[in-house]
Design a protein around this ligand. Structure first.
Ligand code: ADP
Length: 602
């Protein structure tokens, strides 16, 4: 059968924070602890009970023994009495003996004293005056008589045949010259002892050798047996008329637990009792002390209840504290999460703000670039216009003069004029060719080029300028030819451009010095061109290789030279850099990859 989940409902604080196994473990621990404490309490209370019961048993066995020994000597005294002996031998002295017995009995406090002859007939008795006198009665069947007849002391507890009163009989044989004359007997009433026990609120029992409870402070247990009687035992009891007509039923004490020798827990009418037994020395009797187990059980039950309540309380407090801690923790986490959320929102806002700013910046930059481009375009347009205007107006002039010369049939000069026009158009073509470099990438020739040869070519092209401006050139070139891969025309174009710029920068300077050094370093040819010119303005250095950047007057430069040079060098896998020299002037460093030494021999 399955139990619906909803039926097993733990308290909310148990469900939320504590795992089920921890709760189970806690309950098991608590149960174990409570069980242990309860067990300990039970055992302790039981031990105390046993101790008290044993003390009582010792006390009661003492009082019982004392009560019996107080009268034990009387039969002996009587057996030695001369009058008693005469009575037994001659039947004289009856009155004398009767009176003697009566006075002795009254003095000693026993129930009865009597003298029996050799067949068990009672000749004299202390109760000779009473209607239920023993005189004339025969007690020859009683074991205490047969014991005396055998020359022994007789001891016997029985219900009186004549009186119906129970009592303890003690006898002694009367002998003369070894001949058995009869027996002297004292009957002791043990009822006062039994009453004392009852008044003390104690359940004290005395059982005989057959287990018959002949003394009992509990009247309903009297003359009942602790164990079932066998047929033989029953016949023997009947023969001695020990317990009259008593049925001698079994007392149904069910043994629940045997604690030790003479220590048992028994159940009677659904109640538990502690039964302690002690054998009485020199007798076949057993003294029993019975005490209810209810106080012991109640005490351990109370401890169990208190223990459970306390343990549950501690457990509940523990769980409550844990729950509180969990709540505080989750509250703190919630606070932290809230703070994180706020930070996130702020971050997102900042990101959005930054994106907006970035967009504005980008837009502004685009606008600036656009404006810069337009300015550059304007600058370039002005440059191109200037560059092209001169040859155009020259061509126009030459065309007009050509017409006049034709009218005059001066063909010789017409020829000169036309060749001048042709030169003009070549110059214009060179300008447009430069511009084409930016329109589309022209295929680059790849051949082995000697760097020194390229430099020589560039120098021969710029030599007129050097001499025009009286520039001192210092060359430092290696003897061994340095080979690079590329287009020699373009490499020369780069070198010429850099050299021309150097000349331009030194035009207005007093000292005009140009240094050209070439070194091979780590598979790279380094061409260092230094001048003693004006140097480059700090803000211009970044833009030097940008197309159309120029500091020159309109008509003097288009600002394309360095940007074209940059493109050529990077196309060849090299680099071009510029810096200002501390001594003044600028220094260009052009690096070009050398042909690998293995490939040199190809
Ligand atoms: P252009 O020569 O037509 O101006 P370039 O691209 O060749 O175009 O040069 C760009 C600018 O770089 C020049 O206008 C000049 O201001 C600067 N420049 C180049 N070389 C030097 C140099 N050696 N010293 C100082 N400035 C230079």
């Amino acid at each position: 059968m399955t139990v619906p989940r909803s039926c097993i409902s733990l308290p909310k604080f148990l469900k939320n924070s504590v795992p089920w196994w921890a709760v189970l473990l806690g309950i098991l621990l608590v149960t174990g602890l409570v069980w242990q404490v309860t067990r300990w309490t039970y055992n302790d209370a039981l031990d105390r009970r046993i101790k008290i019961g044993k003390e009582r048993l010792a006390l009661y066995s003492g009082t019982l023994r004392e009560a019996l020994s107080r009268y034990a000597y009387i039969p002996f005294i009587l057996s030695r009495n001369a009058d008693v002996k005469i009575l037994l031998q001659t039947s004289f002295n009856l009155d004398l003996v009767n009176r003697y017995l009566e006075s002795l009995n009254s003095e000693a406090g026993s129930e009865a004293l009597y003298v029996m002859n050799s067949v068990g007939d009672t000749l004299a008795a202390s109760n000779w005056r009473e209607p239920l006198s023993f005189i004339g009665q025969n007690y020859g069947f009683r074991p205490y008589f047969t014991d005396a007849k055998d020359g022994k002391k007789g001891r016997f507890f029985a219900i009186g045949v004549t009186t119906g009163h129970p009592g303890y009989f003690m006898s002694h044989p009367v002998q003369s010259n070894g001949k058995f004359l009869g027996a002297t007997v004292v009957k002791v009433d043990l009822t006062p002892l039994q009453d004392d026990w009852r008044e003390g609120g104690e359940t004290v029992l005395v059982s005989d050798a057959n287990g018959v409870l002949f003394l009992s402070s509990r009247s309903d247990w009297k003359y009942r047996t602790l164990a079932p009687l066998s047929e033989g035992q029953r016949n023997l009891i009947l023969a001695g008329r020990q317990y009259g007509q008593q049925p001698l039923d079994l007392l149904p004490l069910e043994t629940v637990e045997v604690l030790g020798e003479g220590q048992r827990i028994v159940r009677f009418e659904k109640k538990l009792y502690l039964l302690l037994s002690r054998r009485l020395a020199a007798m076949d009797w057993q003294l029993h002390h019975v005490s209810p187990l209810t106080p012991v059980l109640e005490r351990s039950k109370a401890v169990a209840v208190i223990g459970t309540v306390l343990a549950m309380l501690v457990l509940a407090i523990g769980l409550y504290a844990r729950e509180r801690r969990q709540k505080q923790l989750s509250r703190r986490k919630a606070r932290e999460a809230e703070a994180m959320k706020k930070i996130n929102v702020r971050l997102q806002e900042e990101i959005a703000e930054r994106s907006r700013t970035e967009k504005v910046l980008r837009d502004t930059q685009t606008e600036l670039v656009q404006a810069g481009k337009l300015a550059a375009l304007g600058h370039m347009a002005a440059g191109i216009v200037h560059e092209l205007n001169q040859p155009i107006s020259a061509i126009r002039t030459h065309a007009a003069s050509g017409c006049l010369l034709l009218e005059r049939n001066d063909t010789e000069r017409v020829k000169e004029t036309l060749s001048a026009v042709s030169r003009m158009t070549d110059h214009m073509a060179s300008i447009t060719t430069q511009l084409k470099t930016f329109a589309h990438k022209t295929p680059v020739a790849r051949e082995r080029v000697c760097l020194q040869e390229c430099l020589d070519g560039a120098f021969s092209m710029t030599a007129p300028l050097f001499s025009e401006f009286a520039i001192k050139v210092e060359k430092n070139l290696p003897l061994k030819p340095l080979l690079v891969t590329g287009d020699p025309v373009r490499i020369k174009q780069v070198l010429v451009n850099v050299l021309r710029n150097a000349v331009d920068a030194m035009r207005d300077c007093q000292q005009r010095q140009l240094g050209v050094t070439v070194v091979a370093h780590n598979g790279t040819a380094e061409i260092i061109i230094s001048d003693s010119g004006s140097g480059i303005a700090a803000n211009a250095i970044e833009e030097l290789f940008t197309p159309f950047f120029t500091t020159k007057e309109v008509g003097e430069g288009l600002g394309l030279g360095l940007s074209i040079s940059y493109r050529i060098v990077t196309d060849l896998g090299g680099s071009i850099q510029v810096k200002n020299l501390d001594s003044g002037g600028a220094q260009f460093l052009i690096c070009l990859p050398l042909v690998a030494s293995g490939a040199e021999g190809e």
